[in-house]
Design a protein. Sequence first.
Length: 521
Amino acid sequence: MNLINDTWIPVRRADGTTEKIEPWRLTDHIGTSKSPIAAVASPRPDFDGALTQFLIGLLQTTCTPETEAAWWEWRKTPPAPDLLSKRFTAVTNAFELMGNKAFMQDATPADLETEQVIAALLMESPGEHTLKQNKDHFIKRGIVHQLCTDCVATALYSMQTNAPSGGQGHRTGLRGGGPLTTLVLGTDLWETCWLNVLEKNRYIGGVRAENNLPVDRFPWLAATRTSAAKSPAGLTTSIDVHPDQQYWAMPRRIRLVCQQIDIPEPCDICGASVVQVFRSFFTRNYGVNYQGFEHPLSPHYVKDGIVSPVHPQPGGVGYRHWLGLIENSVDGNDERRPARVIQQFHQTHEDGRLWAFGYDMDNMKARCWYDAMMPILVIDEGLESAFKMYIERMVQAANLTVRLLRKQFKQALFGDADVRGDLGFVESHFWSATENRFFEQVRQLRSTIKQSNGEYPVLESWLSALKHTAFIVFDTYSQTGDFDATDPRRVALARNELARSLNGKKLRDLLGLPRQDRSAA
């Protein structure tokens, strides 16, 4: 199977029909009366994210626009599939799934000694230690026994892109295990991909001429740069390879095992009946050990002068993270930077949509997959600093509200007793319940900030929403009878204390609102 020439990418067209395409058919029917391709439509959300990144990487590798004008030209007039096919053909030899130089697989398979079941290629599969300890309570072993060619190619790309900690010497992905990816969403799949391709100056930078060989882009074309030596030896940094390798990184030494069977059997992910199945792969530790890259598709934070990619955390991705995903944000000595593709999109001076996704990883264990969409808003020149200041105040006020809510909810149900259970569901409810209102207020703020004291009505409205939602969440969980031995008096006292805290001066001061005059009462 060749990942350039063969039909394997599952997509959904604008009319709702689904099919599989070759990558170069990305611009099918754009500008015609027929239905264009709207999005990737795989059986799993993490596969959707992986395949979208695959297509972006393929475009960036073969079609990097020389200038900003060239980028705009393809945005306004997408290239025909035939032209994309010609561009992609230049790298066809690096995209054979099987063979001597197999896509994203170790070039010296004889060195790989450990055989693993194919399910271990999936991010959520329990690790070896978990299986030995019989702790796979939530994500069970034995669910996936075999994969078809299309699904195994996607799983392989997803693992090499997101690779978590895998035990001694089993390297994490170039952005660490389970990075957060942020993309600009377009009106169709082509636009989504092209909006996330950087023009040459933003992408290449000062790449060294000696790092311009095919192996500098596609590491599986030669023997693996192993990393058995202790740091700093064995590291692969951004000055050692071509920038394209960011999309084709190979931290894991893997070799797939293909089996031909006589009677077709279903793939355990997509259900397709096939006679070529993948039930295992060989692996070995000490693959490529990447360090010091600033990947174009991920936001980063700077702490003590060290730039690191952002990773999803428990509780998901929501509006409290929004500012750092779309704009630079500084908090003391810490700085948050949006992905380079988001920075480039700002230069279009358009509103847009941001798609953020990734795994919340606890070392080698996947705790959750998060997937969120948020607006990208254009702010008038000269108002950016004030806008960011008010957004930060709104988020800080929400953070304080949720802390007060959690404190009094715990007091209502358990008093002063220690609570070992997870009360995160209270916070999650609050954040999700206030998200739509937050973005409504932000859009209003963008308009009213131009007026003298125009921010006050927006901030007052936001404060009212925070209070209202806090009481709804408190009442929902403290008075439903879901908890044994609830003390009604303790609940009432906690609710009164929550009201006192929310109506006090802290929230108003945090938002920069004038204090209320109570003398008239």
